[in-house]
Design a protein around this ligand. Structure first.
Ligand code: ADP
Ligand code: MG
Length: 212
């Protein structure tokens, strides 16, 4: 066993077995650097490129904290586009096989609002979606974020490029201050630094830019 084995982490044996069945033999660099902090409950800034395994870096962490008996959003993952939200949803569903009765709801634009509202009424533990549609649900009272323990901003630089900064801030205002916040970004321009300073609490920064 190397130190890059998932079994070195403080996670459930069911998740270790699930990762094994998914064929995840070793942690990727971002997982090895980020997961110990995520599992400790620290806020995280992670700089990493596409395909580096970011989803499991936040997914394994947020799943460990979810209480399936409480029906309310406990984790919120913001993504720039519907396609990226779909990808994150698929990967999180694979990781969630280790945890029975976890419900994930995708909230993206271009999909019927009423069906999403219906899914939310049946209880959702994890929300993955795009800022505009999530804001829509908040303003219409079909979603509440008071129970969020983990907030993830995935591909944060792209979300800011798309002009989502104000909407993201409005969404974050509706989450508890005690939440854990995890921010992923391929680049780290001034706008991201500013956002990090306002929404993260004593974050750890990890970077795997040098990975090929
Ligand atoms: P990113 O968000 O960084 O672009 P993803 O989280 O979508 O990357 O992961 C990219 C691919 O790598 C996915 O198909 C995922 O299932 C796979 N993957 C993630 N972590 C591991 C791992 N530790 N071992 C093997 N495959 C992995
Ligand atoms: Mg991704």
């Amino acid at each position: 066993m190397t130190s890059d084995s998932f079994s070195s982490l403080p996670i459930s044996s069911a998740q270790i077995a699930n990762l094994d069945s998914l064929g995840y033999k070793q942690m990727t660099a971002i997982q090895a650097q980020g997961l110990p902090h995520v599992l400790e409950g620290k806020d995280l800034i992670a700089k990493a490129k596409t395909g580096s395994g970011k989803t499991a870096t936040f997914g394994i962490g947020l799943l460990e904290r979810i209480n399936p008996r409480f029906f309310g959003a406990q984790a919120l993952v913001l993504c720039p586009t519907r396609e990226l939200a779909d990808q994150v949803g698929k990967e999180l569903r694979k990781l969630a096989r280790s945890t029975p009765n976890i419900k994930l709801v995708l909230l993206c634009g271009g999909k019927p609002f009423a069906a999403q509202k219906g899914s939310l009424e049946h209880g959702a533990h994890i929300i993955v979606g795009t800022p505009g549609r999530i804001q829509d649900h908040l303003s219409r009272g079909t979603l509440t974020l008071a129970g969020v323990q983990t907030l993830v901003l995935d591909e944060a630089d792209r979300m800011l490029d798309m002009g989502f900064a104000d909407v993201i801030n409005e969404i974050i205002e509706q989450t508890p201050k005690t939440r854990q916040t995890l921010l992923f970004s391929a680049t780290y321009p001034g706008t991201i630094k500013k956002m990090c300073a306002s929404i993260l609490n004593d974050p750890v920064t990890v970077s795997v830019e040098s990975e090929h």
